[in-house]
Design a protein. Structure first.
Ligand SMILES: Cc1cc2nc3c(=O)[nH]c(=O)nc-3n(C[C@H](O)[C@H](O)[C@H](O)COP(=O)(O)O)c2cc1C
Length: 336
């Protein structure tokens, strides 16, 4: 399948793995790139630019295919040294950066001077247009379903993607709620040139996280995520657990007066406890509603191959079949 995104990034399949804190290490990024997608190392999971440089080198040792680095600009107590992170990316020869959070405008000259393609993740049409205006090469349009930070507009992809298609000139991928061939074909139908997956890639053999996390995703349904930090205008979609229940109790108690310090124990330092130790009640960690569509733990290659094979079947048989007057049943449950 050739799309504007496969051509732009020099990849075989229009599938990107979004940056994920404490998940997007070299092992996962390389597995996705080796399977023909675009793997992404999560820049800020590496505590210093020097460590990011090492992680890039490690990934380079595992794949000769293109891969990218995610740079997230979120409110934080102490701002990371972004110019040094960008230098590590440039010197590591990485040619794709996925930006997210605040606008990357300030860093665009440095990224462009290094010949880096920038795909900015946005949760609204207006932010997507801003990304286009400041010279981003593509956007990842992240609907309300997504794991992580869906923004504050609450527009699901069924509306957001066609709206983005109406306004954008640069190519975009659909992000949030993407799990399988049905997601890919629907995204293409709504104007996207590919899809970005986060949560689905955690439940793969290569994802370097504790097995409890993968099992929790298989066990979870689409009803099991919660939105936290709304009052702080830093909304995050997370998987329900005891720590998150406590967080929501505190949010209810504090109401409009909620401060980030009030929920420190439920949001700070949670990722290593969950992803490394497998402590599933530790607190808030990002997870999408798409958990309801995750029923197995395949290898990344099995997952991507299955998506591409079934996408072709849906397009050639089910969709073309409608035009020929014969309905072909859709794949009911996408498991190996
Ligand atoms: C565990 C986890 C951690 C994430 N961490 C980041 C991050 O550090 N930076 C970022 O830009 N996006 C992050 N995301 C968002 C993903 O890149 C992606 O946009 C999102 O997962 C898409 O929605 P989906 O989970 O429904 O596929 C994270 C998502 C998950 C599930």
């Amino acid at each position: 399948m050739k799309t504007a995104i496969t051509e732009m990034f020099g990849i075989q399949h229009p599938i990107i793995q979004g940056g994920m804190h404490y998940v997007g290490f070299a092992e996962l990024a390389a597995a996705v790139s080796n399977a023909g997608g675009l793997g992404i190392i999560t820049g800020l999971t590496q505590k210093t630019p020097e460590l990011l440089a090492k992680e890039i080198a490690r990934c380079r040792g595992m794949t000769d295919k293109p891969f990218g680095v995610n740079l997230t600009f979120l409110p934080s107590f102490t701002a990371p040294p972004y110019p040094e992170y960008i230098a590590a990316i440039r010197e590591g020869g990485v040619k794709v950066v996925e930006t997210a959070g605040r606008s990357p405008e300030q860093y665009m000259p440095a990224l462009k001077a290094a010949g880096i393609k920038v795909i900015h993740k946005c949760t609204s049409v207006r932010h997507s247009l801003k990304a286009e205006k400041i010279g981003c090469d593509a956007v990842s349009v992240d609907g309300f379903e997504c794991g992580g930070h869906p923004g504050e507009d609450d527009i699901p992809n069924m509306i957001l993607l066609p709206r983005a298609a109406e306004e954008l000139k640069i190519p975009f991928v659909a992000s949030g709620g993407m799990a399988d061939a049905r997601s890919l074909v629907a995204s293409l139908a709504m104007g996207a040139s590919g899809m970005n997956m986060g949560t689905r890639f955690i439940a793969t053999k290569e994802a370097p996280v504790h097995d409890n996390v993968k099992q929790a995703l298989v066990a979870a349904s689409e009803l099991d995520t919660r939105l936290v930090m709304r009052e702080l205008r830093n909304t995050e979609r997370v998987l329900q657990n005891k720590g998150v229940d406590r967080l929501l109790d505190i949010e209810r108690e504090r109401g409009k007066g909620l401060k980030i310090e009030d929920i420190h124990d439920q949001v700070a330092g949670v990722y290593p406890k969950v992803m490394i130790d497998g402590d599933m009640d530790a607190g808030a960690w990002s997870c999408g509603m798409v958990a309801g569509l995750i029923h197995d733990i395949p290898t990344v290659k099995e997952l991507i191959d299955r998506i591409m094979t079934e996408a072709e079947q849906i397009i050639r048989q089910r969709l073309a079949g409608f035009l020929d007057g014969a309905e072909v049943k859709a794949p009911a449950r996408a498991v190996a």
